[in-house]
Design a protein around this ligand. Sequence first.
Ligand code: NDP
Ligand code: VSD
Length: 329
Amino acid sequence: MWLIICAVIIILILLVLFYLLRPMYRPTCLLNLRDIHVVITGGSSGIGKELARQLLNEHQARVTILARNQKRLDECQQELAPDNHERLLCLSVDISGSYSNVQKAIEQACQYHGNRPVSILINNAAVFFAKTFDETTADEFEQMVRINYLGAVFCTKACLSSMHQLGSGRIVLISSQAGQIGIYGYTSYCSTKFALKGLAESLQMELARDNIYVTVVYPPDTDTPGLAEENKTKPIETQLINETSGVASAEEVARKIIKSTQRGSFSCWYGINGFLLDCLTSGAQPITNTLELISQCLTVGLARLIIVGLLNTFYTITRKRNSNKNKTN
Ligand SMILES: NC(=O)C1=CN([C@@H]2O[C@H](COP(=O)(O)OP(=O)(O)OC[C@H]3O[C@@H](n4cnc5c(N)ncnc54)[C@H](OP(=O)(O)O)[C@@H]3O)[C@@H](O)[C@H]2O)C=CC1
Ligand SMILES: CCCCCCCCCCCCCCCC(=O)[C@@H](N)CO
């Protein structure tokens, strides 16, 4: 008798919990990508280019790539859509320049794709280099904020009317694991990537009622031309810390971005470290799935313990180098 009463009480508590913890918004269905218009900033290299490739070849989407360098854009057009020109438009624009230029580029893109409004915007373009705060110039800080943060704001602003027109949409912000944890050498980069999460949380609260879903992506180091360039001057401290999460391929990173975007998940992470970092930094981020929330609640304490252990190692790495430098001086 008591057993049955206990079981009923437990079930009731679970039901109430599930009701209280239900997602605050939920995409109606998995987004079908066929023939829809996807805009990818920074799609002429690395992760952006791989996204364009998969969207074109595996999902038959229509793609617009925005980047600055015309030569790289031409090569991209040749490589990604040699005999299918009408599905891919490569446009040269600096997303951190004037807002009206970005707006014009988006208008031109919609016209090119048969007046198709933008269904998905992937804010992927960014610049990155690793230098200490002291070594980073004021101009470099400004450039980083302009491209990595303001560029995403401008493109999002320019695409929103499209999504309102459609009555649905997806906005993807490519952050980084360096947008979840502060790292030696990334004072300028981390700040811009952290900023994207604040933008995403507020934007999602505004747009959930319009059926527009925001996804923030947190890749680890990823094998791209951008990473190869960064590695040429990366301080050893930054290199050693980043190695904790290993190096992913652009192919796997792009694949999960597309899946998370179709689902409308709020965050997109990679591997066990990515999962733990997402739990650790879940804070007040919205949930799209009750099980996700339960796993975060159960793991957050453990993740905090692990990160404190790791931080000890990271601080040892940075102190050691400083004492070596001091000895040689
Ligand atoms: N690779 C990595 O290890 C990781 C990367 N990320 C993030 O993933 C994203 C892509 O990185 P990745 O593929 O390595 O980058 P790449 O450096 O390989 O490519 C960057 C792209 O952005 C474009 N771009 C840069 N500035 C502008 C601008 N002002 N206006 C328009 N386009 C611009 C570049 O073209 P052009 O110069 O011609 O304009 C290029 O197409 C970035 O947001 C990065 O922060 C996150 C974690 C790890
Ligand atoms: C709770 C336990 C979690 C443990 C994991 C902690 C690991 C920290 C490693 C961070 C790696 C950051 C890579 C940045 C890549 C990037 O964005 C650049 N390549 C571009 O500059």
